[in-house]
Design a protein around this ligand. Structure first.
Ligand code: PLP
Length: 423
């Protein structure tokens, strides 16, 4: 059936024949990389399952991964941690701010971008996003609330204009922390996501393009900040510089900054070492399919594929937003997602609720956050988020693994979208 024929068909969700049969499979995620099982086996028998293990004769997978990922991103230091959320917590802590200082956080992101600020003793101030990219733009920087930092989220497949944000924020003392949980390997004018602000934070959670099930990392070009970050994530300990004696630990109590335990396990680092080896080819496949789908859907009125700003020189697609404007036949994005899922047999769904409406961001439910919550409620009252609301009300997304499929599968997606719009 062609995109034009789609006009006459009954939707699968209404009992019609779906575009794809149940036998037509989509790529399974995550995709274990060659060498992952071997690396896991090596950790299992190494006698070193943590970075706080006794010294050994080989390099820890954590060290190997940190170096490889720093090279991949184009930065001097990478400090792996246990979650992307922890990366944000220690990155914010490393700024040395005061308890209760304010941090700007865009409306369109996962809750961790804001809850990390609370965990670091700071108050998230929610701000709207750029109408084209869905990311924080220089125009969205609220300079009236005396914010000391901003969590700059690179959202779905688009990057924020970090150089413009740095230029606008620096005169006001606003430090830029890049939240790259959805942007591993993305580039802006040839500069890697995570390298343009003060610090870059990554997640390696299950659904991310680089995954170990759970995991995260902070990247930085500053030697002194890298040392602080090591201490912040390992109970005030950092890697020893001497060779040490048999039985001594890899990390020693340098203790210049009080830390907590946010260490990544050696098992996760072992998986990451292998997964990094296939990331580039996965990007190429997804980005090629993004281009194809963009051209196919250019033929269909009422929908567009979210496109990055022209300055973004490489895409990293975490979720692919299809923007429906106007919404067809009075459907909302939940219904559109269900209709597309029924046609295609892979999940299409609304994007995360913007933070000002999110059920996941209710700090008043946690009594220990109370001193921060009072200011959180006061400073966020009455704020407006028209662009975040537009994206939430008009986007249906699919996970990046859908774009790891074959080119011919993109024709099915385009056909299903046309069918759903035509009704
Ligand atoms: C933008 C963003 N920031 C932070 C996080 C938190 O990462 P993690 O789940 O690894 O803690 C995520 C994960 O979904 C995210 O998408």
């Amino acid at each position: 059936m062609s995109i034009t024929d789609a006009k006459i068909a009954t939707l699968a969700i209404d009992g019609g024949e779906p575009i794809r049969s149940a036998e037509q499979r989509w790529p399974v995620w995550p995709e274990p990389a060659p060498g992952a099982a071997q690396n896991l086996e090596a950790v299992l028998h190494s006698g070193r399952w943590a970075i706080s293990s006794p010294l050994g004769s080989t390099e820890l997978f954590e060290r190997t991964f940190a170096q490889s990922f720093a090279n991949y991103v184009g930065v001097r230091h990478c400090i792996p941690v246990d979650h992307g959320s922890s990366a944000l917590v220690v990155a914010l802590e490393s700024l040395g701010l005061d308890f209760g200082d304010r941090v700007l956080v865009p409306g369109l992101t996962w809750v961790a971008s804001a809850s990390a600020a609370l965990r670091a003793g700071l108050v998230p101030v929610l701000v709207d996003v750029d109408p084209v990219t869905g990311c924080l733009g220089a125009d969205n920087l609220d300079l009236t609330v005396n914010a000391k930092a901003a969590v700059v989220v690179h959202w779905s497949c688009c990057m924020a204009d970090v150089p413009a944000l740095v230029a606008a924020g620096a005169p006001h003392g606003i430090a830029m922390i890049e939240d790259c949980a959805q942007a591993h390997g993305a580039e802006w004018g040839g500069r890697g996501a995570g390298t343009m602000g003060q610090l870059g934070c990554f997640s390696f959670q299950h659904g991310k393009v680089l995954s170990a099930g759970e995991g995260g990392a902070v990247v930085s070009n500053s030697d002194s900040r890298a040392h602080t970050l090591q201490e912040l994530r390992a109970d005030s300990r950092s890697y020893r510089k001497d060779r040490g004696r048999r039985g001594e630990l890899e990390v020693i109590e340098t203790a210049t900054t009080m830390g907590s335990n946010f260490c990544i396990s050696e098992f996760n680092s072992a998986v990451l070492c292998a997964q990094l080896g296939i990331l580039q080819q996965q990007h190429e496949r997804r980005n090629g399919n993004h281009r194809l789908l963009t051209s196919l859907l250019a033929e269909v009125d009422g929908v567009s594929v979210l496109q990055p700003a022209p300055e973004q020189s490489r895409m990293s697609i975490y979720e692919l937003p299809l923007i429906f404007d106007p919404l067809p036949r009075g459907m909302n994005v939940v219904q559109l997602g269900e209709a597309l899922t029924a046609e295609l047999g892979t999940a299409f769904y609304p994007t995360d609720a913007p933070l000002h409406t999110s059920r996941l961001l209710r700090p008043w439910n946690k009594r220990t956050l109370r001193p921060l919550t009072d200011d959180f409620m006061a400073v966020n009252q009455g704020r407006r988020f028209p662009n975040s609301d537009f994206f939430a009300d008009h986007s249906v997304v699919t996970h990046h693994s859908t774009l790891l499929a074959e080119e011919r599968d993109m024709y099915d997606i385009a056909e299903a979208v046309a069918k759903v719009i035509a009704g």
